[in-house]
Design a protein around this ligand. Structure first.
Ligand code: ATP
Ligand code: MG
Length: 517
């Protein structure tokens, strides 16, 4: 240490003691010291705000301050100046307490020899510098610990929290005082299941054995939201290789996990779409091939045996050709309909209709082609004039009624109930046919899905997906109740004024005023 420039602040109210000290210092070499002397603490504190000193020699009983508070006050004003306390014979206890607080050393007045003084000053300055470096280093490391975007905590090898940084407090939603002193598995973020706690105990034991552990896992974050973290436990060892601390790190990877889940979902959708396309192509070719074969066979028969066939036989083959063509046209219509709806080209276009009349006509048309069945139509409601998309509604009801007929091969009753209320129309179509197995019910509204019990009953599996699209365009709801061997009921609810069009009363008054006389 270069002693030539040591500046000493001497705070001592006794002029004789001050003089004695200065003489002792001069004895050590006058040119090595620069001494500034004050009798009062306040003056000393004032001078420190403008000047810096290498050391302070501080008497503890001053006119404006007494005892240990003198040290506290001085240290608060000049934390970087090492303090050597000056005490009387009988004050050694207080001197020891002073050293336990912020003072570097103490000297007992009357026993101060030049050597003792010189050594005390040098050691105090050195210790002060080391402490200052430690403080700076602690400040830097704490800055990193607190400011890193990683959640960090320090644990004892047994898993008890010693420190937890700000990011972890924020992510885990627990303030420092709720965490320190507790085992990690008892913190709010980790105690949501005993299985999770047990697992955490196991990996803490592994880390305490010197193993580095790393996992992607979920913890309970602030507001009880589960957060994905990249979690690691790193053992910190001393010079002889004993684990003394465990360093916990956790990086929030929720965004990455969300992105991964979205990629997987998109990938699954893509896979389903491809599967659907393959199904679609094979289904469509299959569905077209059947009627085509019928047409080809009928045409070949008509061509080859034209002379031999009588009119009745010829009409039978022409009839078959027409049915096959109708089937193909229906299939084409359905495919085109779904194509248009997928391309977003189908729009809800409401018009004013008489719902009771519309449903009754539809029933009669379908009844014509279902001689074994009896469709029982029942309409309830004060109002019959409603605004709906007539085409979409026809698709819905025709599909459901045709299914009810088709899937009751033994014939019998089919109930068709319509309830027209002010804001909602409810359509209930009930049959007593083959029913739908529970396991098939969920996927029936997807394209080409048919239940496992259809047997030889023909169908493409497109009808209900069309119904679903039409109901969605109407912002309505579909409900299905079915039991194998008992029957099936489809209930459709359509809001009658879903797109902010006029209220029913207004619609009716318009209708009345435009009605032909
Ligand atoms: P299409 O496209 O010609 O209508 P489909 O009738 O097979 O063919 P959907 O109307 O979509 O197709 O019906 C899907 C499946 O749901 C049917 O194949 C059948 O298994 C089952 N299903 C639908 N309605 C009924 C019903 N009323 N009773 C029993 N099963 C039904
Ligand atoms: Mg159908």
């Amino acid at each position: 240490m270069d002693t030539a420039s040591i500046s000493i602040l001497l705070v001592e109210d006794s002029p004789s003691d001050a003089k004695l000290l200065q003489q002792t210092l001069w004895h050590l070499g006058r040119e090595k010291w620069q001494v500034v002397h004050f009798e009062r603490l306040n003056d000393a504190v004032d001078v420190c705000s403008k000047n810096t000193f290498d050391i302070v020699l501080l008497d503890l009983s001053l006119p404006d301050s007494e005892g240990l508070s003198t040290i506290a006050e001085f240290h608060a004003a000049a934390p970087n100046i090492p303090i050597v306390v000056l005490t009387g014979f009988d004050d050694e206890d207080i001197a020891l307490q002073a050293v336990a607080k912020k003072a570097q050393d103490y000297l007992v007045k009357g026993q101060i020899t030049p050597n003792l003084l010189g050594r005390a000053i040098r050691y105090a300055i050195e210790r002060g510098q080391i402490l200052q470096q430690l403080r700076e280093s602690e400040h830097r490391l704490r800055g990193i610990f607190e400011q890193t975007f990683q959640s960090m905590a320090l644990l004892t090898p047994e898993g008890v929290v010693l420190e937890i940084n700000k990011t972890a407090q924020h992510l885990w939603g627990s303030p420092q005082q709720h965490c320190v002193g507790k085992p990690l598995w008892e913190l709010e973020s980790w105690n949501f299941s005993s299985a999770n706690q047990d697992w955490l105990k196991t990996i803490i034991a592994k880390a305490a054995d010197g193993e580095f552990v790393r996992h992607e896992l979920q913890v309970r974050g602030a507001n009880d939201v589960m957060v994905w973290i990249d979690f690691s436990l790193k053992p910190l060892k001393d010079e002889i290789g004993k684990v003394v601390l465990l360093i916990v790190e956790g990086r929030d990877i929720s965004d990455r996990k969300r992105a991964e889940a979205e990629i997987i979902k998109a990938w699954e959708q893509e896979r389903e779409l491809n599967e659907m396309k393959t199904n679609f192509v094979s289904m469509v070719s299959h569905e077209f091939r059947n009627p085509m074969t019928v047409i080809r066979t009928a045409v070949e028969l008509l061509e080859s045996y034209n002379q031999q066939l009588n009119d009745q036989q010829k009409n039978k083959y022409f009839g078959k050709i027409q049915t096959a063509i109708r089937q193909m046209l229906q299939l084409l219509d359905e495919i085109l309909f779904l194509g248009r709806s997928d391309a977003g080209k189908l729009q809800y276009q409401p018009v004013l209709i008489d719902l009771a009349h519309f449903c009754s006509e539809l029933t009669q048309t379908l009844q014509l082609s279902a001689s074994k069945h009896q469709i029982i139509f029942n309409f309830q409601g004060k109002h019959t004039l409603v605004q709906v998309d007539e085409n979409l509604l026809r698709y819905i009801l025709t599909n459901l009624l045709s299914n009810a007929i088709k899937y009751s091969p033994q014939g019998g009753r089919i109930r068709f109930d319509v309830l027209c209320q002010k804001n909602t129309a409810t359509f209930k179509i009930q049959d007593f046919g083959i029913g739908i197995p529970l396991k098939d019910q969920q996927r029936l509204f997807e394209m080409f899905h048919r239940a496992s019990n259809v047997g030889n009953i023909p169908g493409t599996g497109l009808g209900l997906s069309i119904v679903k699209k039409c109901v969605e365009l109407h912002q309505g709801q579909i409900q299905l109740e079915s039991k194998v061997g008992v029957g099936t009921t489809f209930t459709i609810k359509l809001p009658l004024n879903p797109h902010g069009v006029q209220s029913l009363e207004l619609v009716e008054s318009c209708w009345n005023s435009h009605k032909p006389a």
